[in-house]
Design a protein around this ligand. Structure first.
Ligand SMILES: Cc1ncc(COP(=O)(O)O)c(C=O)c1O
Length: 410
């Protein structure tokens, strides 16, 4: 029963979220996702979407989606293994494997589902996961789930969980220490984001793969912020770091550069993917990806192969924005990724800056603790291939104006 006690408990929870300043308000967009969007305050320049290649409102993709609706229907009303696999689902899986140069691929409703359904299938209680401290929440959840599923009740009554080790962010010496200390275990898996979403940092996959080979561990990469545009062919961080074929398993999303709608996948060693099809619960017990999404996924891969100019525009836009925003006097996290965190350090200042920028027509979001470490508050901007030079110049002009007003820059 939804008793008074339950209601009060939930209200207390909500109150405490509000009091700690962590309550998330959602901004309503009344237009397609794009470089310019309509919100209550009017039309604003969007600098906080993962719309890296600018395909979220691409007319060609929308036509492909419409055609797929006509030819393959709205949905499958089934999971894959009952009656939810169409020819195009198999085609997209094959195309992703070809694109990433992996052995096989399995589609999920999202990358979150892919991450949550991965570890508990491939590993059990005898194994160890070594996970970067700043991995995405859904990688952490996948690892937690493995821990819960494979926990063992001992004769003493105590419960033993599989061992999850958290390595210091990007710290290769710490990774090596964990690998050395766990050599007695059956299997080890190193789990890392390819690009870390709060900083735009790229994992050192070359060193990770070297260490994995030295200590006989597997490598898992969540490449959601890289697939489609990082690396010379847009194949993601394994290509960027020159370790294609050495990463055992990659998870990623169709919800960012690859069209921006929804959907995800796991791609990697043949036996891993085959076992996931048999055992991975978010795949087995969840609806097939909708045909319109699958068809657009195939189309996006064609576009990426045939239209390198999209990646080039993104790269040039990113280099321009990074250079100019630094020239204005802002401190950014160094790098070359279109995630450009503008460091304000102070949470209140970051929130105030985002608010003022919105009033000036720039939509950005401030991130503060606990999403980022204490005193590391920032505005995370994200550059897109859909931004024109005028868009970025407009953003820079407004950043300069508001930055001076708030005393962030001179
Ligand atoms: C690194 C990373 N992994 C996974 C996800 C989840 O992707 P999806 O939206 O497909 O569930 C995100 C999305 O924010 C992400 O940034």
């Amino acid at each position: 029963m939804y008793s008074r006690e339950v209601r009060e408990y939930l209200r207390e929870q909500l109150k405490s979220i509000k009091e700690s300043g962590l309550y998330k308000e959602e901004r309503i967009i009344c237009s397609p996702q794009g470089s310019r969007i309509k919100v209550k305050e009017g039309e604003v320049l969007n600098m906080c979407a993962n719309n890296y290649l600018g395909l979220a409102d691409d007319p060609e993709l929308i036509d492909v989606a419409k055609k797929a609706l006509d030819e393959r229907g709205h949905g499958l009303a089934s999971v894959r293994f009952i009656c939810g696999t169409q020819d195009i689902h198999k085609e997209l899986e094959r195309r992703i494997s070809e694109f990433l140069r992996t052995e096989d691929t399995i589609l999920y409703s999202s990358c979150a589902a892919a991450n949550e359904g991965l570890f508990e299938v491939l590993l059990d209680t005898q194994d160890v996961v070594i996970s970067d401290a700043l991995n995405h929440a859904t990688v952490i959840d996948g690892v937690r789930l493995w821990g819960m599923v494979h926990k063992k009740k001992l004769d003493s009554g105590a419960v033993e969980f599989p061992e999850n080790r958290v390595m210091k962010h990007l710290d290769m010496a710490d990774l090596e220490k964990h690998l050395k200390e766990t050599q007695g275990r059956r299997f080890r898996m190193i789990a890392t984001d390819g690009v870390f979403s709060m900083d735009g940092d790229v994992a050192n996959l070359k060193r990770i793969c070297d260490l994995a080979e030295k200590y006989n561990a597997m490598v898992m990469v969540d490449d959601s912020h890289a697939t489609g545009f990082v690396g010379p062919g847009g194949r993601g961080t394994p290509e960027y770091c020159g370790v294609e074929g050495r990463v055992d398993v990659i998870t990623s999303t169709l919800g960012k550069a690859l069209g921006g709608a929804t959907g995800g996948f796991t791609s990697g060693r043949k036996e891993m993917i085959e076992l996931l099809r048999q055992r991975s619960r978010p795949y087995l017990f969840s609806n097939s990806v909708a045909p319109s999404i699958v068809a657009t996924g195939i189309k996006v891969l064609d576009m990426i192969d045939k239209a390198p100019e999209l990646r080039k525009t993104l790269e040039e836009n990113t280099a321009y924005f990074r250079k100019e925003v630094t020239r204005l006097g802002f401190v950014i996290r160094p790098g070359s990724h279109p995630i450009v965190p503008i460091m304000l350090y102070d949470a209140k200042k970051a929130a105030r800056m985002a608010e003022r920028l919105l009033a000036e027509g720039i939509y950005v979001i401030a991130f503060s603790y606990p999403v980022v470490p204490k005193d590391q508050a920032r505005i995370r901007t994200q550059v897109s291939a859909a931004h024109s030079r005028e868009d970025l110049a407009f953003a820079l002009e407004k950043f300069a104006k508001v930055g001076r007003e708030l005393g962030v820059i001179a």
